[in-house]
Design a protein around this ligand. Structure first.
Ligand SMILES: Cc1ncc(COP(=O)(O)O)c(C=O)c1O
Length: 400
């Protein structure tokens, strides 16, 4: 039925799309992303033999080289091998998953928790699983790609509200019929902007309408509320139905989590395709995250240093009149505006030995192309001094 010629032609259309893709061509030409260090020590990396200061890692607490974290990961590999080679529902579940989930749930003030191999999978699975056809998801327009992916898979209708704007949330909710189930999807700390969500105000509006609340706290977990996250920071853990997030940032591992009531987590385990059909978190990554969670509680100096560094860095950037999008957290954007100018500044920083990441629209709103930096507990004040000087030179600004 499908002749050789016609199938060649249709495959040709796909190959042409791939080979002629303008975005890929531009990405390769400018060679901005996928930069690859061959060595790392703390906040320093080496690229093509040159030492650089890492200013773009989500390594908030710098625990990836902590002796206890490394020892735990090694011991787990010795005991369990390298992989689970299967999904939790099938052959991949291990007692170390259950131990870590119980510990993490308690830490977050929730009854239960489920971990997966990536934060992206966990966060995507929340909207995808808890919402269904006939529901309405009301979502902050700046949420992360993983949540949008989940929203699209859910088959629910969605409505956006203005970023961090409780009044707009109220307006959007008012337009919805009373009988429609509502799910609110927000982040604790917005990864590009570094903004903390006004959780008490949003919850007040959402609760008045009886909404089910999903909070992605990938950048608040380990950072806010003595590490317990944004909901704990505001004393609102009980009012948030689901807290999801990542193990790859403050906990210096990889993987993700979803925490909530026992009923919600059991429902997730029954219905989430991302859980049912994806291999479980590996022994070493679970052990590293679990040990980092212990260290975070036993050694509060890491969080203290993170916030001291954040204040120091922010103070310097403010003194240079740099637009950090009013970031309140270690996620520190440097908003430039036009793409060409943002590229120029990024390149100058790179040439001066600073590893930063260029973020352009649609990852950020149009006209707000930026250089994404992040503060780590590993940085020293002198690092920020050097960075601020290079940035000021690249931008042509002077200290106030
Ligand atoms: C808000 C948010 N959610 C989810 C994720 C995904 O986490 P991971 O990188 O661990 O897959 C990220 C990662 O950048 C994020 O910023």
């Amino acid at each position: 039925m499908f002749g050789l010629f016609s199938s060649d032609k249709t495959k040709g259309a796909v190959l042409q799309r791939i080979e002629r893709d303008e975005e890929t061509r531009l990405r390769q030409r400018y060679d901005i992303w996928y930069r690859t260090p061959e060595r790392q020590e703390g906040a320093r990396v080496w690229v093509d033999g040159r030492e650089m200061l890492m200013m773009a890692s989500n390594d908030y607490l710098g625990l990836g080289e902590h002796p206890k974290v490394i020892a735990a990961a090694k011991a787990a590999m010795e005991k369990w091998g390298t992989s689970t080679t299967g999904a939790r529902l099938a052959n991949g579940s291990r007692s170390y998953h259950l131990d870590f989930e119980a510990k993490l749930a308690t830490f977050l003030g929730k009854e239960a928790c489920h971990v997966s191999a990536a934060g992206y999978i966990s966060c995507m699975s929340t909207a995808a699983t808890f919402a269904t056809r006939g529901d309405v998801i009301v979502v902050d327009r700046n949420v992360h790609s993983s949540l949008w992916a989940g929203i699209q898979l859910s088959n629910a209708r969605y409505e956006r509200f203005a970023h961090n704007d409780a009044t707009d949330l109220a307006n959007v909710l008012e337009a919805e019929p009373e009988s429609v189930p509502i799910l609110l999807v927000i982040e604790g700390v917005y990864s590009m902007e570094g903004h903390i969500c006004p959780l008490p105000e949003l919850l007040e509006v959402a609760k008045a309408r009886g909404s089910f609340v999903i909070l992605d706290d990938a950048h608040g977990f380990g950072v806010m509320g003595a590490g317990r996250g944004t909901a704990a920071h505001f004393g609102k853990s009980e009012d948030v139905d689901i807290i999801c997030g990542s193990l790859s940032k403050a906990l210096s591992s990889t993987g993700g989590f979803v925490a909530g009531s026992r009923a919600t987590i059991e429902y997730l385990r029954t219905h989430s395709k991302q859980t049912i059909f994806s291999a479980a978190l590996s022994p070493a990554q679970t052990a590293a995250a679990s040990a980092a969670l212990d260290v975070l509680q036993e050694e509060p100096e890491h969080i203290e240093r993170l916030w001291d560094n954040t204040r120091y860095c922010k103070g310097l950037l403010d003194s240079l009149g740099i637009d950090t999008w009013a970031s309140q957290t270690p996620a520190m954007p440097i908003v430039i505006g036009k793409r060409e100018r943002a590229y120029e500044v990024w390149k100058k920083l790179w040439d001066e030995g600073f590893f930063t990441v260029l973020a352009i629209s649609p990852a950020v709103p149009p006209g707000r192309d930026l250089i994404r930096t992040a503060v780590s507990a590993r940085h020293r004040h002198e690092d920020f001094d050097r960075f601020a000087e290079a940035l000021s030179k690249a931008l042509g600004t002077r200290r106030k």
